[in-house]
Design a protein around this ligand. Structure first.
Ligand SMILES: Nc1ncnc2c1ncn2[C@@H]1O[C@H](COP(=O)(O)OP(=O)(O)OP(=O)(O)O)[C@@H](O)[C@H]1O
Length: 485
């Protein structure tokens, strides 16, 4: 199986974002596509998946021109894509989601035992046997839902499997299962296209690495011939000496104290405090209760017992607490509004003069934040947020909350989908703010980040705080051990 792209171009409303991409790959390759936020990775894979038409160029599959006008065309050609956004029907079982329209029948009726058996076989074949086919899809953790999506793409053996940031929500054994699957598909001659910001993974899995920048392929390389540092330099166009700023915290007064916080079925008896100048990590696997805990502290969900949580998000904001949520499309941004108005949303009150918003001040403040966080593309302030790439949307959420000038900042997965160079900028900014007295709670399922960017780490395990570790000198395995056992 061979895939060839020649001179693929794409413009949105007359603005070209892909400037003639050439690519070549064959069955058995694991082709990683890396690039800074907005480089054009998603656009490229949408074109390959038939979800977006290209403006010009050619795609050849096995030497034949492939006219991919719809996802259906791509499917017929053996191309399957798993996007970051989940597309399962939450009310249906895993089996129903997997076999959709393809059920075994007996006497004209769906043979459910046989259907569940078939689903189980499929899950086992792809190494995800830990998932119960009878479970409602919506009840599964985001990680497990993602795995069902991947299994669904493999119901009939594809020639090309495109994975868009598949590891972003996975950790521990789920991540191992994904890697084992990619290697198995590779052995079976499937072409796996792997888009990821996690460069260490890319270096481990890929057979070829395509580096994109500003809508072009700037280099194609191999893991043995490059390094994480070089990839970052190529993507960002600048050298980065270190990823995490060195921390020498001098904790000040207590800014947030929660005591015995409990919400039935989510978390139990959680107590901790955050002091001015500290960056504290909160680690837990998906489903450990860490995001629910953060939402509760912020007042978005009422606790059943315990003290220290705010009554409502408004109450939290009034007390100088800001929170960057995990779900940027759901609660972070109004997608149809401009970048400027989204960033200005939380500061409307402070920039209001009487009933009017001080437009000039809002413009100046948001422009400053857009520049500090390097939100792309140039001139994006007046663009609807929906037209920004995923990573740039994430930066806009962060910008919005930083403008409030909070005393306590809760960050829930702030760097998911954010490229390494920008992550470095975010870590540096958080460090600077902490030095100026901000107390930060950084929730993350990225072990390297949760140890690298913080002073100490609280580890959650099945709704309880399982321990606290000093970040310096602690290994990832030590954190995982507390999170799993
Ligand atoms: N629907 C759209 N309308 C206008 N511009 C768009 C649209 N979708 C994407 N773009 C622009 O195309 C460029 C490439 O975006 P794309 O989403 O492909 O980047 P990416 O490399 O996938 O980034 P990320 O790592 O942040 O997901 C960006 O400048 C983006 O703003």
């Amino acid at each position: 199986m061979s895939l060839l792209l020649r001179g693929v171009r794409k413009a949105f409303n007359g603005v070209e974002v892909l400037h003639g991409v050439d690519l070549e790959a064959r069955g058995g390759d694991v082709l990683a596509i890396v690039g800074a936020n907005g480089a054009g990775k998603s656009t490229l894979i949408k074109i390959l998946s038939g979800a977006l038409p290209m403006s010009s160029g050619e795609i050849l599959i096995d030497g034949q021109p492939a006219d991919l006008r719809s996802p259906h065309d791509a499917h017929d050609r053996g191309i399957r894509t798993v996007y970051q956004e989940l597309s399962l029907v939450p009310e249906l079982s895993v089996t129903e989601n997997l076999l959709m329209g393809n059920f075994p029948r007996r006497y004209g009726l769906i043979d459910w035992p046989a259907a569940h058996r078939k689903a189980r076989e499929l899950l086992e074949r792809v190494g995800f046997g830990m998932i119960d086919p009878r479970a409602r899809a919506g009840r599964l953790s985001v990680a497990r839902q993602q795995m069902v999506e991947i299994a669904k793409a493999l119901v009939s053996e594809p020639k090309v499997l495109i994975l868009d940031e598949p590891s972003a929500v996975l950790a521990g054994s789920d991540l191992d299962a994904l890697f084992a699957l990619v290697r198995e598909l590779q052995r079976r001659g499937v072409l796996v296209v792997y888009v990821s910001h996690r460069l260490v993974e890319v270096l481990d899995l890929a057979t070829a690495i395509v580096v994109m920048k500003d809508g072009k392929v700037i280099t194609t390389t191999e893991p043995a011939r490059t390094s994480e540092a070089e990839l970052i330099r190529l993507m960002a166009g600048r050298q980065l000496e270190r990823i995490y700023p060195p921390r020498r915290p001098v904790p000040g007064e207590v800014r947030l104290r929660v005591d015995g916080l409990t919400r039935a079925g989510e978390f139990t008896g959680v107590s901790f405090e955050l002091r001015a100048g500290e960056i504290v990590g909160l680690f837990g696997l998906v489903g450990s209760g860490r995001s629910e805990l953060a939402a509760c502290v912020f007042g978005a969900a009422r606790p059943a017992e315990g003290s220290g949580a705010f009554r409502s998000p408004q109450d939290a904001i009034r007390h100088g607490v800001a929170m960057v949520t995990e779900d940027r499309a759901g609660s972070g941004l109004v997608l149809g509004m401009t970048v400027r108005d989204n960033i200005g949303l939380t500061t409307w009150r402070s920039t209001a003069r009487g009933p009017l918003i001080d437009v000039r001040r809002q413009r100046r403040d948001t422009a400053g934040m857009i520049e500090r966080l390097a939100i792309q593309p140039y001139g994006c302030a007046s663009m609807p947020v929906v037209q920004l790439s995923g990573g740039n949307q994430q930066k806009a959420v962060l910008a919005k909350w930083l403008l409030v000038d909070p005393k306590v900042l809760i960050l829930d997965e702030p760097t998911r989908g954010v490229d390494m160079a920008t992550r470095v900028d975010i870590y540096r900014m958080v460090d600077t703010l902490a030095r100026a007295g901000l107390a930060v709670l950084l929730i993350s399922s990225d072990l390297t980040e949760v140890l690298g960017a913080t002073d100490r780490v609280l580890v959650m395990n099945q709704g309880r705080l399982a321990g606290e570790l000093r970040s310096e000198g602690t290994t990832e395995d030590q954190v995982l051990e507390k999170a799993i056992t």
